[in-house]
Design a protein around this ligand. Structure first.
Ligand SMILES: [Zn+2]
Length: 586
């Protein structure tokens, strides 16, 4: 015999205060009021739909009539009164749905019943749902009863719109505000039901259901039933999003990666994919804004509680958020918001969205200038380009040297080009002024210190200000890698070989060059060099002061072999370093 199907919202309707989901503080207060015998004649339960107002009203009615309340203040569910309530045959509970019965006659029917005392039990409870829907006349008719209720009568008024309830009624009620149920509370309850019903469900799928329910348990359960019906006992994330027509958040994660790397073509292709799947563009833009908002609150521990999702899903957000600079969020959210506002009036909606995506990709990427140089040109040119002519953006953090490498302690002469590392950093990178602090350049002439702002072209290409700890050796390795990557730029190489950075403090280093010509030369390449070094040590706070050292005794240029030999002698570990990196000079 086929068992009769009962919808989850009914089957799992709470029958005690303890089983009400997500309203702990409120049910606790109600229980202690009952235990202490402090019952009011009128209560107003306010809150969004489906959060348990009517359910709590029924449990309340049952509990105050129970003849055998349990020690923790719950109805026993066994006495005659409780059983009558559970079988919906109690005469002590009268419900009126004011949404459909809002006339003065409806309220009169109700108030007439108020005069009849309960046959069994102590209290008659009148639940008026959606009380704000009562007509003015009905309100007035009801007010009289509310002002002078008999001992045994208790009114529980429920409403989703407290502001529409007239003050004269509000002032006569004890008010309880029900809150939206959190996603994680809903997910927990769904998990419990899955266990009871022997249904397999992926946490991400339950998360989607909970989010779709928007804080209402009743909605969550009916969505859950809908998904369950088509999932044959195994609710996957895929089946849930297909069933509910929800856009896979994976699209958003991928898009944000595009924004961070400035990948315009990919972002447009993802948008096309989304359109092809039949999703409305404005829905998509709003979803993207929501995703950005979620990333933003995930980026700091303090706001992480605002992330409405279960732990497994939120972890993904925390991870992506860690890569993003705060300024990106503000700009990106602003762009999404503008797109949303303009959407309705736009004559070319697709173009509007695409343009927004392009702009989003440009937030972190530098704006190409007309005089840009290609990477290939950069390598071959001996003279360097001004710092601000910064074209393509690069991914960062790929050029970091192994941090454990040991490099010379006194690196004054450094080796000449050894193995060629990728010449990726040749392009100086400009960018929006997103960096928290731009380092200084000093030109330290004798008796004269000129302090200059770093060229605006130097900014970060990464998505956040990086502050990883690094040591001198790591910087020296990076310094050498930069030299290796620019074999044709003799002047810069020679200068860099002669003047290796010396530590001033954790992020400030200084180099000494021979003359003003070298200062100017270093200045002209400083943008590119600093970007490379900061990428390598993953620290955007790194600054290098360039100083002219008049007192340098030895002013000749070392040959590569001399440099290597000198380093080997001064630092035995350098040989190990050369071997470890297979640099061929060992
Ligand atoms: Zn009972």
């Amino acid at each position: 015999m086929a068992q009769q199907y009962i919808v989850s919202a009914r089957k799992y309707r709470p029958s005690t205060f303890r089983t009400v989901v997500g309203q702990d503080a409120l049910t606790h207060t109600l229980k202690s009021a009952i235990a202490g015998g402090r019952l009011a004649h009128a209560y107003l339960f306010c809150g969004p739909r489906g959060v348990g107002k009517t359910t709590c009203a029924r449990i309340f009615a049952k509990t105050i009539n129970c003849t055998n309340i349990t020690p923790d203040g719950e109805a026993c569910n066994e006495c005659d009164s409780c059983r009558a309530f559970n079988e919906q045959q109690s005469f002590n509970i009268i419900e009126l749905d004011a949404a459909s019965n809002n006339g003065v006659d409806d309220i009169r029917n109700l108030t007439e019943q108020v005069r009849i005392p309960p046959q069994t039990g102590r209290y008659k409870v009148y639940i008026i749902d959606e009380v704000h829907m009562l007509s003015q006349a009905a309100f007035n008719a009801f007010l009289k009863t509310l002002e002078e209720p008999p001992e045994y009568a208790i009114f529980i008024l429920a409403t989703t719109e407290k502001q529409k309830v007239i003050p004269t009624i509000l002032s006569r009620c004890q008010i309880y505000d029900f809150t939206r149920i959190t996603v994680s509370d809903i997910v927990k309850q769904l998990q419990y039901i899955c266990e009871e019903e022997h249904i397999q469900a992926e946490p991400a799928a339950l998360n989607v259901i909970a989010q779709k329910a928007d804080g209402g348990m009743r909605d969550a359960l009916s969505i859950f039933d809908q998904v369950t019906a088509s999932s044959e006992g195994n609710i996957t994330y895929r089946s849930a999003i297909d069933n509910l027509n929800v856009l896979d958040y994976d699209y958003y994660f991928r898009l944000v990666e595009c924004f961070l790397s400035g990948n315009v073509p990919e972002s447009l292709l993802i948008y096309k994919e989304i359109r092809d799947r039949g999703f409305d563009s404005q829905f998509f833009v709003n979803g993207l804004a929501q995703h950005l908002r979620d990333l933003m609150v995930a980026s700091t521990p303090a706001t992480r509680t605002l992330l409405e999702m279960n732990d497994e899903v939120s972890e993904q957000y925390v991870q992506q958020a860690a890569k993003i600079h705060p300024a990106f969020f503000y700009r990106a959210l602003d762009l999404c918001n503008t797109c949303d506002l303009n959407y309705r009036t736009s004559t070319s909606k697709q173009l509007l969205v695409e343009l927004t995506l392009v702009k989003l990709c440009q937030i972190m990427a530098p704006t190409p200038l007309p005089t840009q140089q290609t990477p290939a040109q950069g390598i071959q040119k001996i003279q360097s380009a001004p710092a601000a002519t910064a074209p393509a953006r690069q991914t960062t953090a790929t050029k970091a040297p192994a941090s454990q490498a040991s490099a010379p302690q006194q690196p004054k002469p450094a080796p000449q080009p050894t193995t060629a590392s990728p010449p990726a950093a040749d392009r100086p990178k400009s960018g929006r002024q997103m960096m928290a602090a731009t380092p200084r350049i000093y030109i330290n002439k004798p008796n004269d210190i000129v302090q200059a702002e770093e060229p605006s072209g130097i900014s970060m290409s990464a998505s956040a200000v990086r502050r990883e700890a690094f040591d001198e050796n790591q910087l020296l390795v990076a310094w050498q890698q930069y030299i290796d990557a620019h074999p044709h730029e003799q002047v810069i190489i020679n200068t860099m070989l002669m003047a290796t950075p010396q530590k001033v403090n954790d992020t400030l280093y200084e180099i000494y060059v021979e003359n003003q010509g070298q200062v100017q030369f270093m200045e002209s390449r400083k943008a590119s060099i600093m970007q490379f070094l900061r990428d390598a040590v993953k620290n955007d706070m790194l600054a290098i002061d360039i100083k002219v050292n008049e007192g340098v005794s030895e002013k000749r240029i070392w040959t590569p072999r001399e440099v290597v030999e000198g380093l080997k002698q001064n630092n035995p570990k350098f040989t190990t370093f050369l071997k470890d990196f297979g640099l061929g000079l060992a």
